[in-house]
Every structure is written in structure tokens, then in C-alpha cells.
Write a protein that binds this ligand. Structure first.
Ligand SMILES: NC(=O)C1=CN([C@@H]2O[C@H](COP(=O)(O)OP(=O)(O)OC[C@H]3O[C@@H](n4cnc5c(N)ncnc54)[C@H](O)[C@@H]3O)[C@@H](O)[C@H]2O)[C@H](O)CC1
Ligand SMILES: [K+]
Length: 504
């Protein structure tokens, strides 16, 4: 699913009006019908509804919804904020239609002073103050109203987007002045800000309502952000040929583990094997020999000369993909070996965990990374790598995009909706996965899966796409059976076969 920016949504809106063709007011009527249906599916007519409508088309939607709910027997009190004595054309038409229908309990148009109605837990607030046309943080009377709504115990449903939240960048927004919705009914598509962790507290439950905007525009328009869908993945899963043997299914090498961190090597190795690769080699310190042999008998061991940590770069001539970093530790010898390894490796590489931390501590080395390298940082690792803290998830995402372009690297910024940043500036979000996966070792399994897919013959971009989707999908299957609370990283490996079956 493409994620258009608010400017593109505006364009899409105009394109639909012109090409369908449909008048702007009829399009609003179509949106309002979808919104009304969704609200009626959640709340019955005995809940008293208070509607706050703004001066633009978000307010127009709210007024049309008010008319439709009233016609269905809901008790509605409407407050229309017209403080600059200017309503959008569609908002003004819907004000007229609402008054003429004469079905609502109370209609107040606020031009100056506003005496807020009492809001109790038995009320439903419909927030139609501002939508995709918001162009700066809310202030003055609007911010006071938002705070009033937020401190009340009423249920809140936001039309299109919680008022005060920007569709994209909220780095410099004023967080107290954003409506906290219980339900957000967004039109046509999710907005970028809805995919970012720091905005989740405003959105509540999220439903996307299809208002049938132009499919022609949607399919033709290039777009920097998209959410991956099952079909994007299914069509990319490589078939296994009948006459395959382990020599044709690729060889992966994992450089992982240190004393006390053998588990990271075990998890990444098992996950790598389960990604369908022919052979998996593991280079790990001597101390971990027994653990690895017993835990993963399918893997071939290569012991480091050091007892406790990775210390020497190894030959990768016969290897199809390298995964480096899980549980490595950050010894200075390890750092030097990691850099030497990255320099001498000719096959595709996944860099994770301590290997990322090492690069973060030696940022001059970043320039030497081979193009096409895959980095899989979680947000803190990314901040260290980039060298600055981010004030918002949007800011971090933009930095990751920039770094991907500069390094010509694939960066997977991990989290809910992990963001795959491509060297050409595009971002693809992964929709699978759940909070049960926020547990130690989860990242090690992702590294193993992507390394396995690379060795198996997937292009780097597809190994990232398929890898993160499968990883989350396995997590979702595991959560269905085991619940989220008790989920551990080994469960992800356990459910990887089922994930493959369902996606193949
Ligand atoms: N394509 C669709 O998805 C459709 C969306 N619809 C609805 O239309 C709104 C967007 O409407 P628009 O008129 O462009 O913008 P808003 O209503 O969000 O607000 C514009 C209005 O507000 C003023 N303004 C902006 N920022 C501030 C601020 N910080 N403080 C005060 N005032 C501000 C601005 O100057 C304008 O006057 C979309 O969200 C949907 O709800 C259509 O109904 C159907 C198609
Ligand atoms: K809104």
C-alpha cells in the first residue's frame, strides 16, 4: 500500500474530482457515509454525541456525519469553530444542510468565545477540527479545546487524523495539543505519522476507510513510502527446484557470539538454517564450541583462535552471504577484525548488533563499507551509528533515508513497522509482527533469516523484504498460539516453517 504525503493526498483528491468525475461535495458525502457507517458499527444511538468541527473540509466531514447520525436517531450537539469568519466551501454547504435537516439537538457556531460543554465518560466526541490540511501546531483556543477533550473521560473518534497531528513530520509539534483518540477513522490510506511509534498514543485503534479515490492516480504516482503487502512477498519467494542439493542452495557464514553471548550465535544460526539455505558455517570463539555443536548440529563450526571473542577476519571465498554482529561484544581486537572482515568480504553482508555498535564507535570507517551492504539497527543503535539523537521517529527515519543514500546501503530500522530504507530514497514498511517480539534475541533471528535468504540467492532488496516480513509473520503465528507475553526468540524460529508454508 502506497503512503502518499498530505500534499499528494490533496492532489489525489483533485485528480479524483476531475477524472471520475465527481463534485467535491459529493466526494465529501461519500467519505461521510463511510465514516458514519464505521461510527455506527462501534456505538449505538443511545450514546450522546458531541461534535467539534473545524473550518476546513475535516470540519465539513464532521458536519455531514452529524447530519447522517442525527437522521439515524443519534442525539447530536455540534460546535463549529469559525473564528476567522471563513469556512471552506464544502464546510459551509454542510453547515447549511445540517441546519436545514433540522434534526440535531444543538448547533453552536463559535466565532469568539467558547464555553465548552460538559464531557463525561458516557459521551462520544467526534473530532473533526483539523485533518490533512493542518499546517502548524495547534495553539490558542484550539489547543485549550484539545487539552479539554484529552482530560475528559469521553470516548473520542477522530476523523481522518487526530486533530493537531501532522500527516508526516511531528518533530517540532506540541504534543499536549494533539487529540488523543480512541479510534481514528482515516480516509483512503494510513498517513506516514500513523506508522511511527511516537504517535501511537494519539491514534488509538486505527481503521482505514476506502473512499474510492482514483485507482489510476494511486497506481501511477511514484511514492517514497509504502507498506509491504502479502502479495509483494508471495511473488518474491524463490521456488525450490526438484534437483536442488546443498551445494546449489547457498552457503552462509555467521560471525557471531562471544563468551557469555553464545545464545546470539545459536539463535542467528538456527534462524539462518530455517531460511532454507544449503549450508551454514559459524565462526565463533573457542569457548562456544560445545554449546554450538550441541545446540545446532546442522551447522559447521569454524573456531576463532581466541578463546572468548572474535579476533581474526576469515576467508569468505566459498561463501554466498555473511551475517556479522550478533553477540560479538566490542573488544578493540574484535573491532579491528570486524572492519577487516567487512573490507575483504566480496559477497552480500548483513551487519547487526555489536558490529553496528563498533561502526558507531569508528564512524570514519562507515565510508569504507561496500555498496549494497545491509544494516539492521534498532533505534538506539541507529542513533549511535548516525552520531546524533533524534527528537522524533520521523527525524530518525529521515536520517536513515539519508544514510542509506550516502552509503548506498539497505538500512532496516527495526521496530513495529520496521522501515526498510533503500539506496534510492524509497522506504518500505513491514506490516507483520507484534509486541511479543520485543524480546532479547529477536534481532539475532532476523539477521540469521536475511543472511540465509541472501545465501539462498535472493537479491539484497528482496532478502530484506522477505526476511522482515517472514520474521514478523512467524512472530504473529507464534503469538496466536502462545500469546504475546511469553513469546521468546526461539519461538520465532519454531514458527518460521509455518510462515514459509503460508506465504509460499
Ligand atoms: N482525499 C481525502 O482523503 C478527502 C478528505 N476530505 C477531508 O478533508 C480534510 C482536509 O481538508 P482541508 O480543508 O484541506 O484541511 P483541514 O480541514 O484539515 O484544515 C484546513 C483549515 O485549517 C486551517 N489551519 C491549518 N492549520 C491550522 C492551525 N494550526 N491552526 C488553525 N488553523 C489551521 C487552514 O488554514 C484551513 O483553513 C481531510 O482531512 C478529510 O477529513 C474530504 O472530505 C474527502 C476527500
Ligand atoms: K480530525
Amino acid at each position: 500500500m502506497k503512503i502518499f504525503t498530505s500534499a499528494q493526498i490533496h492532489e489525489l483528491d483533485k485528480y479524483t474530482i476531475e477524472k471520475e468525475p465527481i463534485s467535491s461535495i459529493d466526494l465529501m458525502e461519500r467519505a461521510a457515509k463511510a465514516l458514519t457507517r464505521a461510527i455506527e458499527a462501534e456505538w449505538s444511538a443511545d450514546i450522546p454525541v458531541v461534535v467539534f468541527a473545524g473550518p476546513g473540509n475535516n470540519g465539513g466531514d464532521a458536519l455531514a456525519v452529524s447530519r447522517m447520525l442525527a437522521a439515524d436517531g443519534y442525539q447530536i450537539a455540534v460546535y463549529l469553530f469559525n473564528v476567522h469568519n471563513h469556512l471552506s466551501e464544502e464546510c459551509a454547504t454542510n453547515k447549511q444542510r445540517l441546519i436545514e435537516a433540522n434534526k440535531i439537538k444543538a448547533f453552536t457556531e463559535i466565532t469568539m468565545n467558547f464555553d465548552p460543554p460538559e464531557l463525561s465518560k458516557d459521551n462520544l466526541v467526534i473530532d473533526g477540527l483539523f485533518g490533512s490540511g493542518l499546517n502548524k501546531p495547534l495553539s490558542g483556543g484550539f489547543s485549550a479545546l484539545v487539552r479539554y477533550i484529552n482530560q475528559s473521560s469521553a470516548k473520542v473518534v477522530s476523523i481522518d487524523i487526530p486533530s493537531g497531528l501532522m500527516c508526516e513530520d511531528n518533530t517540532y509539534n506540541i504534543r499536549q495539543n494533539i487529540v488523543k483518540a480512541d479510534l481514528t477513522l482515516t480516509l483512503q490510506q494510513k498517513k506516514l505519522s500513523m506508522l511511527l511509534a511516537d504517535n501511537q498514543c494519539y491514534i488509538g485503534q486505527l481503521k482505514v476507510l476506502d473512499i474510492h479515490l482514483s485507482q489510476e492516480y494511486i497506481s501511477q504516482k511514484d511514492c517514497e513510502y509504502k507498506v509491504l503487502e502479502e502479495n509483494d512477498i508471495k511473488s518474491r519467494i524463490l521456488p525450490r527446484k526438484d534437483f536442488s542439493h546443498k551445494g546449489t542452495m547457498g552457503s552462509a557464514l555467521l560471525i557471531a557470539g562471544s563468551y557469555g553471548m553464545a545464545g546470539a550465535a545459536v539463535l542467528s544460526t538456527k534462524a539462518c538454517l530455517r531460511a532454507g539455505v544449503g549450508k551454514v558455517y559459524v565462526h565463533t570463539p573457542r569457548r562456544n564450541y560445545n554449546i554450538m555443536q550441541i545446540a545446532v548440529p546442522e551447522a559447521v563450526m569454524q573456531m576463532d583462535r581466541e578463546e572468548n571473542y572474535f579476533s581474526e577476519a576469515v576467508d569468505t571465498h566459498d561463501i554466498d552471504a555473511l551475517g556479522i554482529g550478533p553477540g560479538l561484544g566490542q573488544q578493540e581486537d574484535t573491532a579491528i577484525a570486524v572492519i577487516a572482515q567487512l573490507r575483504r568480504t566480496g559477497c552480500p553482508i548483513v551487519v547487526d548488533a555489536d558490529a553496528i555498535n563498533i561502526l558507531a564507535n569508528h564512524r570514519a570507517w562507515l565510508q569504507q563499507l561496500p555498496a549494497g551492504i545491509i544494516l539492521t539497527p534498532h533505534p538506539k543503535e541507529f542513533d549511535r551509528l548516525y552520531g546524533t539523537m533524534s527528537n522524533s521517529c520521523y527525524e530518525r527515519l529521515e536520517k536513515a533515508r539519508k544514510l542509506s543514500k550516502v552509503l548506498q546501503a539497505y538500512i532496516i530500522l527495526k521496530g513495529h513497522y520496521s522501515a526498510l530504507c533503500l539506496p534510492d530514497g524509497h522506504v518500505e514498511f513491514n506490516p507483520t509482527g507484534n509486541s511479543g517480539m520485543a524480546t532479547a534475541g529477536s534481532g539475532d533471528t532476523l539477521t540469521g533469516i536475511i543472511t540465509g535468504l541472501l545465501a539462498r540467492g535472493y537479491k539484497s532488496v528482496d532478502a530484506c523484504r522477505v526476511g522482515m516480513y517472514l520474521h514478523g509473520y512467524a512472530g504473529d503465528l507464534a503469538a496466536q498460539e502462545l500469546g504475546k507475553e511469553s513469546l521468546i526468540a526461539s519461538d520465532l524460529i519454531q514458527y518460521l516453517p509455518q510462515a514459509f508454508i503460508e506465504l509460499s
